[in-house]
Design a protein around this ligand. Structure first.
Ligand SMILES: Nc1nc2c(ncn2[C@@H]2O[C@H](COP(=O)(O)OP(=O)(O)OP(=O)(O)O)[C@@H](O)[C@H]2O)c(=O)[nH]1
Ligand SMILES: [Mg+2]
Length: 434
């Protein structure tokens, strides 16, 4: 996706080749206080992100430093080594696992002669390529431009890197000012459009509320198997891939629980450690599905060596969205890859089930757990009860709070606040034969 402020032929991330895959050198920088296993895991993840974006890691290493070098993050000597690595392997791209300042990126590009980007830019790039809906695209563009704007400030070199082809002084400055204004204008326009999309969604959501189906949102670390689960439970034709961030646009489908209650199940964008905050902000509208949900299914890849850390990262994002206290069922997925998944089923708070979304194992357990965990949703409803069915009146009194009761011709009009499930049961009895 090309942000509109760029002229034709210019690209925000020039490292992307027209076709085929790019060769990249991946660099981690470990500072005092960082855990070694964490840097190593983060690098593995960076390699998978690079793969998803269309780059193959030809070299990767982690450099330990006492403090970051303000000009180049790692030492000049190391930067020259990277230059040699790039030359020898034909890599045109260097990806850092740590956020780079605009000056650092520029200096490193000068030394290495390659494109230099960081983890945030890589994730933004993946999102840009994968967003399908209008809303998703708007959100990604907003995130990209918000990331870009501070990087345009006073940096002629940086702008030319971003496709302007401009010098650093003189007329370049004027163009730079203009670009900055264009970017700001575009950001304002995007925010307005997203607000409109959001208002329409709110309307849809309100309509949906009147149909009192509980909303259940699937959340979890990227690649945990969320879409596979939705597919298995609903037969929905959703994208499942062994790639990070396969899903960007939420999909909602109906599921009928064993007690005949219907729920709406929503698949969401996956979470990742160090999720760029621009992205969280931009995807807030999408993630509102999560905040609105009556129940969350936290899907975990139980076969992953860093399962606990991934659970922690997801809980952090949930907390930042204000969804930490929501009713939740832990779904330990990929049980088919484990010798014994019994352990997970024994956890009881929050309730947990072990499943294999791929093989369809544990789906009945899961549906039963959802039914148990769903909080009773009270709605306001009115009923007309014919006298021959007046046996239903005590049900309303027992299960709900009767607000109004009027005995008229042929029957009783009752207004009550009642659990959604019971409201539907009473409706069903009223519609039934006897
Ligand atoms: N062995 C095994 N693999 C699974 C299972 N569930 C999902 N997978 C695989 O895990 C990979 C990711 O699955 P997705 O359903 O796309 O994962 P996701 O959580 O939706 O991922 P994102 O949308 O990228 O966040 C795919 O290769 C699936 O086939 C499972 O129960 N067992
Ligand atoms: Mg998915």
């Amino acid at each position: 996706m090309r942000p509109e402020f760029l002229a034709k032929g210019e690209s925000l991330l020039e490292h992307r080749p027209e076709n085929g895959r790019e060769k990249a050198v991946l660099v981690g920088v470990e500072l005092p206080g960082d855990e070694t296993w964490q840097s190593a895991y983060s690098m593995q993840e960076l390699a998978r992100l690079a793969d998803t974006a269309g780059a193959d890691a030809v070299h990767q290493f982690i450099q330990k430093r006492d403090r970051p070098d303000p000009a180049t993050l790692l030492g000049r000597g190391k930067a020259s080594e990277i230059a040699a690595l790039c030359r020898n392997s034909g890599a045109g791209l260097v990806i850092f696992d740590r956020e780079l300042t605009p000056a650092q990126a520029r200096n490193l590009e000068e030394i290495t002669g390659a494109k230099v980007i960081d983890r945030t830019q890589l994730i933004l790039d993946i999102f840009a390529r994968r967003a399908r809906t209008r809303e998703g695209r708007l959100q990604v563009e907003l995130a990209q431009l918000s990331y870009l704007l501070p990087r345009l400030t006073g940096l002629g070199g940086q702008l030319s890197r971003l496709g302007g082809g401009i010098g650093t002084r003189g007329p370049g400055e004027t163009k730079l000012e203009m670009d900055r204004r264009r970017v700001r204008r575009r950001i304002a326009a995007l925010k307005k459009e997203i607000k409109e999309v959001r208002e329409r969604r709110d309307l849809l959501r309100r309509n949906r509320k009147e149909v009192p189906f509980p909303l259940v949102a699937i959340v979890g670390y990227t690649n945990a198997g969320k879409s596979t689960l939705l597919k298995k439970l609903t037969g929905a034709d959703v994208l499942v891939e062994d790639k990070l961030f396969a899903t960007l646009d939420p999909v909602t489908r109906r599921v009928v629980l064993p007690d005949n209650e219907t729920i709406l199940l929503t698949d969401t964008v996956g979470f990742i450690q160090n999720l760029p905050h621009h992205l969280v902000a931009a995807f807030r509208a999408t993630l509102e599905e999560v905040m609105e949900a009556d129940l969350l299914l936290h899907v975990v890849d139980a076969s992953h060596p860093y399962m606990e850390e991934q659970i922690g990262a997801v809980n952090e994002v949930l907390a930042s969205l204000g969804a930490a206290g929501k009713p939740l069922v832990m779904v330990y997925n990929k049980a088919d890859l484990l010798p014994d998944a019994k352990f997970f089923r024994e956890k009881s708070s929050p309730p947990a089930v072990a499943v294999s979304a791929l093989k369809g194992w544990g789906m009945e357990d899961l549906l039963a757990a959802i039914a148990r965990a769903l909080p009773g949703r009270r709605i306001k409803a009115s009923f007309f009860i014919p006298y021959r069915k007046s046996g239903l009146l005590p049900v309303l009194h027992e299960k709900g709070r009767v607000l109004r009761e009027e005995h008229g011709n042929g029957g009783i009009t009752v207004e009550a606040e009642i659990d959604a499930v019971w409201a539907r049961r009473v409706e069903a009895k009223l519609k039934g034969q006897e």
